[in-house]
Design a protein around this ligand. Structure first.
Ligand code: Z5A
Ligand code: MG
Length: 207
């Protein structure tokens, strides 16, 4: 295994519906690729704390204001993500801009309005989209406690994710209704392939 020191790291995003197993697969990827984990929303920053309060239904916020806060939460991490990629470190994001677009559009905001604030963020080299049926999701642990965790919303979110796919390249859909091991086989293979294929500077999202 020859290591090319000049090669930048890969930005790999894991997206998907609720309880699809994103965090489970991301944890494995971080270990397998010796990568940095970035979780969105990052609930630890001041903006992230506002989002946490909103998601756990402790506070109410205007839909557009919430959307922009989710995006701002990504922008506050963007410089350090870019820095790590340029230094050769692979970065794995547990959710990213595509969740922002999917959930806000599902609530009724215009698709193009939702897309705009995330434009030019570091673009993923690969997005792995974990898809699951609402009935299988509802059987998994912890479902229903937070905002958005109901069947009707999840179906709308799923359909917007399919529209998002048409706007970005390097997108792979994985059936997440299967066992952790079966899903992992596909996820690991795609991610390792993406790391090997990285070339050129970090691109801008939706550029
Ligand atoms: N949101 C937004 O509106 N706008 C934005 O810009 C962003 C997010 C970034 C919180 O996200 C909410 O924020 C989310 C979207 C919105 N709304 N909702 N609903 P979050 O990422 O913080 O949510 P979470 O609670 O961490 O993750 P999750 O999506 O619900 O779960 P997951 O990460 O996909 O799944 P998991 O934690 O890996 O697994 C869930 C359970 O299933 C757990 O008990 C596992 O052991 C089990 N599991 C995992 N894989 C399997 C398989 N293959 N088989 C059986 N059981 C499994
Ligand atoms: Mg999660």
């Amino acid at each position: 295994n020859q290591v090319d020191d000049s090669k930048r790291g890969a930005l790999i995003v894991v997206e998907g519906l609720d309880r699809a197993g994103k965090s489970t697969q991301v944890e494995r990827l971080v270990k397998a690729l010796d990568a940095r984990l970035v979780k969105f929303p990052d609930r630890t920053t001041p903006i992230g704390r506002m989002l946490d309060s909103y998601l756990t239904q402790k506070s109410e916020l205007d839909d557009r204001a919430v959307h922009l806060l989710f995006s701002a939460n990504r922008w506050e991490l963007a410089p350090s993500i870019r820095q790590d990629l340029e230094a050769g470190k692979t970065v794995i994001c547990d959710r990213y801009a595509f969740s922002g677009i999917a959930y806000s559009t599902a609530k009724g905001l215009p698709f193009d309005w939702c897309l705009a604030p995330d434009a030019t963020l570091p673009a993923p080299d690969l997005t792995i989209f974990l898809t699951i049926s609402p009935s299988a999701a509802a059987e998994r642990g912890g479902y229903g406690a937070e905002r958005y965790e109901d069947r009707e919303m999840q179906l709308k979110v799923k359909s917007v994710f399919e529209d998002v796919e048409d706007r970005v390249g390097d997108w792979m859909t994985v059936n997440a209704d299967r066992s952790v091991e079966e899903v992992w086989k596909d996820v690991e293979k795609a991610a390792k392939n993406a790391v090997g294929l990285v070339t050129g500077p970090v691109r801008g999202l939706f550029d």
